[in-house]
Structures are given as C-alpha cells and as structure tokens.
Ligand binder design. Structure first.
Ligand code: HEC
Length: 136
C-alpha cells in the first residue's frame, strides 16, 4: 500500500514536471510590449551594433547571419523570430540570447527591427542609418 502511494506521488510529480516543461518557452503578449527603460535600450542598442552586427552586418543587411532589415523580416512571424533570438538556431551560428535578454526585451527588439526602427546607440553614432535599405 505504501509503495503504491509513493508511486502515485512520484507519477504526480513527474506529470507536474512534464506539464511545466511542455509550456511554450515564450508566452508572448499580443500587441506592442512596453519599451525597456532608456538605459537598457542603450545596452540593447550596443549589443545590436557590436554583437548582432558582427554576424548580421553593421547595417543589419546580412553577413554570416541573415539580414535583419524591415524588408527581410517582413511577413515572418514575430513569435518565431523572438524564439530564434532567445534560443538561437541549433546547427547554425546563431547563439541563444536568453541569458542576456528577457522575453519582453526580445519581443521589443523584434518589433523594432520589423518596424525598421532598430535601437541605435546614440543619435551621433546610429547602429543603422534610418533608411538603411533605401540609401544607395
Ligand atoms: C555568431 C553569429 C551571430 C550572432 C552574434 C547573432 N546572430 Fe542572429 N543569426 C545568425 C545566423 C547564422 C542566422 C541564420 C540561422 C539560419 O540559418 O537559420 C541568424 C538568424 C537570426 C534571426 C532569424 C532571421 C530570419 O529571418 O529568420 C534573427 C531574428 C536573429 N538572428 C537575430 C539576432 C540578434 C537580435 C542578435 C543579437 C542579439 C543576433 N542575431 C546575433 C548568426 C548570428
């Protein structure tokens, strides 16, 4: 009898763990997320230029990584792009950014990229020219 109870408890615990892990990794909110605080935006802008830019190109038009311009991201589901940013793409050079970016921040960043307004480091040294795709 006691064994049976233990087994039941074990199975319940196992089921609970499975349920927890079965949840989608990101639970995206619908609609625009609140922008990070300015200092945090600056940090993200630095990453975008120095880290993402190293692979995706300084003007985000692509390099080792795919272009991250508004045109290139048009029509791609934001949720899967956010997943790519947070989890990386196994088997490719795209690393996971979850240790550095929250879900909301990743979602905000993708929103900005898809809108063609990537966060810039400062007005003097933009990470990306305002109209990167239309300048010659
Ligand atoms: C070490 C190189 C590298 C770095 C650094 C990097 N990426 Fe990537 N990224 C890639 C590669 C390569 C791919 C394409 C993966 C594939 O082939 O599917 C990619 C894909 C993506 C995609 C999916 C694009 C699409 O059209 O499906 C997004 C979004 C993205 N990266 C965003 C970022 C962001 C944001 C950062 C910085 C926080 C970043 N990446 C940093 C290499 C990198």
């Amino acid at each position: 009898m006691r064994n049976g109870l233990q087994r039941l408890l074990f199975l319940l615990a196992l089921a609970w763990v499975l349920v927890l892990h079965a949840r989608p990794l990101t639970r995206l909110e619908s609609g625009p997320v609140p922008a990070p605080l300015p200092a945090r935006q600056m940090q993200i802008a630095h990453w975008l230029r120095d880290d993402c830019g190293a692979c995706h190109g300084l003007t985000l038009k692509g390099g080792l990584g795919l272009p991250l311009t508004r045109e290139a991201l048009a029509g791609k589901p934001a949720q899967s792009l956010v997943q790519t940013v947070l989890q990386g793409r196994p088997g490719t050079a795209m690393p996971p950014w979850a240790p550095f970016l929250s879900e909301r921040e990743a979602q905000w960043l993708i929103e900005q990229l898809q809108a063609g307004t990537p966060p810039a480091v400062s007005p003097d040294s933009p990470a990306v020219p305002a109209s990167s795709s239309t300048t010659p």
